[in-house]
Design a protein around this ligand. Structure first.
Ligand code: NAI
Ligand code: MG
Length: 394
C-alpha cells in the first residue's frame, strides 16, 4: 500500500505532547505514513501576527489530511499585548486557527463519538431504586455543524450604523432602541439550508451504516424559530429517506437535563455549531471527559482530526507529562476510519479498551487526582506509559 502523507499540526502546550503519542501508536499498528510538520498556534501569532500561516494552509491544500493537537488562545486584549512589538498597531486581529481551518477548508461536518469504555472509573453511574447503582452504556455520535451559526464570526461590538439600520427593519429591534451602539454587542447565528442538509444527511447516513436506531435533532426551534427551525424542517425531509431510523427532536436545554437520565437511549445526535459543541461536551462528560473526547472535522475534500481538549497550559511544562493521550489516539483512529483503514482503527480502539478495563495503567484523570507532578507518586501513569500500554495490546 502506498504511503500516506499526513500534515502534523502539534500546536501549543500538550498538543505537542499528545500528537507524538498518537503517531507512536499509528507507527506501531503498521500505518505507513509520512508526517509533515506544520506551524500553527500562539507562537506564530506572537512572531508573525498570524496563528495560521499560509504555509500551513498550502500543505493542507496539497495533502488534504491533517492531525491537530491543540492551540492556546487568549482574550482579545491579551492577544494584542503579546504580539511582538514590531507587529503591534498594524491591524493584526487574533482569530482561532482551528476555527479558521474549519472555515477555510469548509470542514463543515464535525463528528464527536462519545462511547463508554467498560471499566473506566470516570464512567457515569446512576442510582437505581434502593441503594443500587447502574452504569448505562453510552454510544452516541454527535454530528455538529462546524462552520456556521454562532461560530460564524459575523459579529460586532458597537455595530456600524448601516448594520444597526438593517437590523432595525426587524420589529423586535425596537426593544434595543434606547441602547447606544457602543453598548451593543451582536453575534449573529446564520444557518444555510445547504449546510443543514449536509450535516443531517451525514448523520442519517452514519446511523444507517452503523445500525443506530435513532437520529436526534438537538436544537431549540420553539424559541430560535428561524435557524433551529430550518434545521428541523430539513431534518424532517431527509428523514423520509430513512424510514427505519427514528427521528427524535429535542431542545438543547432539556437535552442537557435528560442526558443523565437516559443517555443510553440516544444514537446519532445532530446539532448546529454552538449546541453541537455543548451537547458533545455533555455526552463526553459521561464517558470520561476531555481525556477521552475525540473528534473529526470533515469537508468534501479535506479532513482534520483532533482531540476536543485544549492546550492545558497548566501541564505543558511537566516532565514527564501526565496528561491522558487517549483522546488524541482515538482521534487518530478516526483518521484511519476516514481513509478506509477501519481494521487498524478498530485494533487501536480494542487496545485502548483492553488497557482501560484492565485498569493497571491509568492517567491522573482516571484516578480522579488533582493534576500535578505528585500524581506519579500516587499511582498515576505518565503519558508515555499509557501509550506504551496501548501499544503492548495492539
Ligand atoms: P483545556 O482543555 O486545555 O484544559 C482544561 C482542563 O482539562 C485541564 O486543566 C486539565 O485538567 C484537563 N485536560 C485537558 N486535556 C486533558 C488530557 N488530555 N488529559 C487529562 N486532562 C486533560 O481547556 P482550557 O484550560 O479551558 O483552555 C486552555 C487553552 O486551550 C486556552 O488557551 C483555550 O483557548 C485553548 N483551547 C483550545 C482548544 C483546541 O485547540 N481545540 C479547545 C479548548 C481550549
Ligand atoms: Mg468545546
Amino acid at each position: 500500500m502506498s504511503k500516506r502523507t499526513v500534515v502534523k499540526m502539534p500546536g501549543d502546550g500538550i498538543g505537542k505532547t499528545v500528537i507524538e503519542e498518537a503517531i507512536r501508536v499509528l507507527d506501531a499498528i503498521g500505518f505507513e505514513a509520512e508526517y509533515i510538520h506544520s506551524d500553527i498556534g500562539w507562537e506564530f501569532w506572537v512572531t508573525e501576527g498570524n496563528p495560521l500561516p499560509q504555509r500551513t494552509l498550502d500543505l493542507l491544500e496539497k495533502h488534504k489530511l491533517g492531525l491537530f493537537g491543540a492551540i492556546t488562545s487568549k482574550p482579545k486584549d491579551q492577544a494584542a499585548k503579546e504580539l511582538s512589538p514590531e507587529l503591534q498597531g498594524k491591524g493584526h486581529v487574533y482569530y482561532s486557527p482551528i476555527v479558521g481551518l474549519r472555515q477555510h477548508f469548509n470542514l463543515d461536518v464535525c463528528m464527536r463519538p462519545c462511547k463508554t469504555f467498560k471499566g473506566n472509573p470516570l464512567n457515569f453511574i446512576r442510582r437505581t431504586q434502593g441503594d443500587g447503582f447502574e452504569e448505562p452504556e453510552v454510544d452516541v455520535v454527535v454530528f455538529r455543524q462546524n462552520t456556521e451559526g454562532l461560530y460564524g464570526g459575523v459579529e460586532w461590538t458597537n455595530p456600524p450604523p448601516e448594520v444597526r439600520k438593517a437590523l432595525e427593519t426587524h420589529p423586535k429591534m425596537a426593544n434595543f432602541k434606547s441602547t447606544p451602539s457602543e453598548d451593543l454587542a451582536i453575534s449573529t447565528r446564520i444557518y444555510t439550508r445547504g449546510a443543514c442538509q449536509r450535516i443531517l444527511e451525514e448523520g442519517f447516513k452514519y446511523a444507517k451504516r452503523f445500525g443506530y436506531k435513532s437520529v436526534t435533532i438537538c436544537e431549540k426551534p420553539n424559541v430560535i424559530r428561524e435557524t433551529s427551525g430550518m434545521m428541523r424542517e430539513e431534518g424532517r425531509k431527509i428523514h423520509k429517506n430513512y424510514p427505519d431510523i427514528a427521528l427524535w427532536e429535542t431542545n438543547i436545554d432539556a437535552q442537557m437535563m435528560w442526558m443523565t437520565k437516559n443517555p443510553e437511549d440516544y444514537g446519532v445526535v445532530v446539532s448546529g455549531n454552538m449546541f453541537g459543541d455543548i451537547v458533545s461536551d455533555g455526552f463526553a462528560g459521561l464517558v470520561g471527559g476531555l481525556g477521552f473526547a475525540c473528534s473529526a472535522n470533515i469537508g468534501k475534500d479535506c479532513a482534520i482530526f483532533e482531540p476536543t481538549h485544549g492546550s492545558a497550559p497548566k501541564y505543558q511544562a511537566l516532565d514527564p507529562s501526565i496528561v491522558n493521550p487517549i483522546a488524541m489516539i482515538l482521534s487518530s483512529a478516526m483518521m484511519l476510519d476516514h481513509i478506509g483503514e477501519e481494521d487498524k482503527a478498530k485494533r487501536i480502539r480494542d487496545a485502548i479498551s483492553a488497557v482501560v478495563s484492565e485498569g493497571k495503567v491509568r492517567a491522573y484523570d482516571m484516578l480522579k487526582l488533582k493534576g500535578g507532578p505528585d500524581v506519579l507518586k500516587q499511582g498515576a501513569a505518565t503519558t508515555g506509559q499509557i501509550t506504551d500500554a496501548i501499544i503492548a495490546k495492539l
